[in-house]
Design a protein around this ligand. Sequence first.
Ligand code: SF4
Length: 63
Amino acid sequence: MKASVDSDRCAGHGDCVSTCGEVFGWTADGFAEVILDDIPDEYKDLVVKAVHDCPEHAISAEG
Ligand code: SF4
């Protein structure tokens, strides 16, 4: 699985980092970023949850 955060949409609420801190981290500017290029299967469900729960619809994932 691959995921990305649209930096134009992210408002830095941090829900995704709370949901799955193994995949989502913070940029120096206080926005979210994906910290794993290739997301292991064990995190897929949490990434899907993060996609659905992001208040700004800033996260996309596929694979
Ligand atoms: S949940 Fe969405 S808006 Fe909030 S930090 Fe994560 S990507 Fe950004």
